[in-house]
Design a protein around this ligand. Sequence first.
Ligand code: SAH
Ligand code: SF4
Ligand code: F3S
Length: 444
Amino acid sequence: MSKSYHIETYGCQMNVADSELVSAMLNDSGYKETDDINSADAIFVNTCAIREHAEDKVHSRLGFYHKIKMQKPSTIIGVLGCMAQNLKEDILESKPYVDIVLGPDSYRKLPEMLSDRAKIDTSHIVDTKLSRYEVYDNLFPSRKEGINAWVSIMRGCDKFCTFCIVPFTRGRERSRSIEGIINEVKIAVQNGFSEITLLGQNVNSYNFEGNKFHTLLSKVAEVKNVKRIRYTSPHPQDMSVEVLDVMKDYDNICNYVHLPLQAGNNNILKRMNRTYTRERFIELANLIRNKLPKVGISTDIIVGFPGENDFEFNETLQVMDEVKFDSAFTFKYSSRPGTKASGYKDHVSENEKQIRLEKVIDKQKTHTKARNENFINNIEEVLVEKDSKRSDKQWAGRTDSNKWVIFDKNTEKIGDFVPVRINSANGITLQGSIEKIYEMEFAT
Ligand code: SAH
Ligand code: SF4
Ligand code: F3S
């Protein structure tokens, strides 16, 4: 009987994509995935180290796996991903029940390690060597059914923002071949995925043998039957006019840009090593809006970076007012041991961080509302993605500018594009109804 495994994934989309690769390798070696964690022969957790909170969640899950292992000592427990890379000594010392610790560049070894382990009962298997080359180019991930296929195009990060652990957990930047990527996109489309999201820690610094991100993006857009293309996460420094021109030229590239601001004050940006100024950032956001009039722009903001004073924080609020992002992911600064900023003095108090976070969230709410209200009465092309959370009589789907729209079900099915008239904007979602008059036109 084949052995079974269960895998849980935390962190960013890169981890989701990596877990799909791990599943593919395990499936190919005769293991079977199970949703039932209690009966699994092996439990894997793909981990994230971006903030302390992310690590806490994994520690608590590991406690739970430990309980399962006490009931069933043959269970193998494996820690994969960014925390494995970052905290291997700590895990091995404090959690002796963990059998396998593998960093993000070592997944190819997993099937062999499992079979070796079945032969001889070694204590721990650890591999956290980062590679300058591994991009898993020839592997095809095992995707669950759905609308969107994550396609990893580059790995690692060389930017070394001073707050960030990623360059340490993911290693140096390296890009995958255009051929390998296009091949994977074609297969994903054949398998019924209508949306492709190109992934990388620094997706737009893609460079394969001199071919930059905009070249790759146009090649992906040319693949037959790719309905929607998204990409994440770009860095403002690498956001070129060429990328925006390609986005404008191809209808199937979504009108959506994630442009992480982090902070709106030049002194803080410098201390974060973000490589742009507030002026440059605002200019870039304006350029994006001019080139792509219907674009949705989202951002990431960190409050309470070490040394950030009230004046500097208020400059972040000002940039928000100037750009009026469609949405924002907001974070309290979390000190990551080993990063440059963790050694900076003047850490901001937890209380002050909380106050600043609430201010940023409140401001973003008003901007999201205003941006969304601009959509009222528009007829938007919405891709039907899933049942709405509130009611199985309603669908949830996204516009190409990445806004969620809720509307009553009719005869359409998941994966269809439908014209939806936007009736109201509530919180971060839009409410609409299928536009009958246009239905025929869209259907042809
Ligand atoms: N490569 C992506 C970032 C990935 S991490 C980029 O450059 O945009 C996602 C977000 O987490 C970052 O944009 C940042 O806002 C946040 N983040 C990273 N490190 C953090 C830390 N130490 N504390 C709080 N937020 C952090
Ligand atoms: Fe982290 Fe900066 Fe690299 Fe993004 S660009 S992954 S924030 S170091
Ligand atoms: Fe987390 Fe690693 Fe992604 S630290 S955000 S899982 S690259």
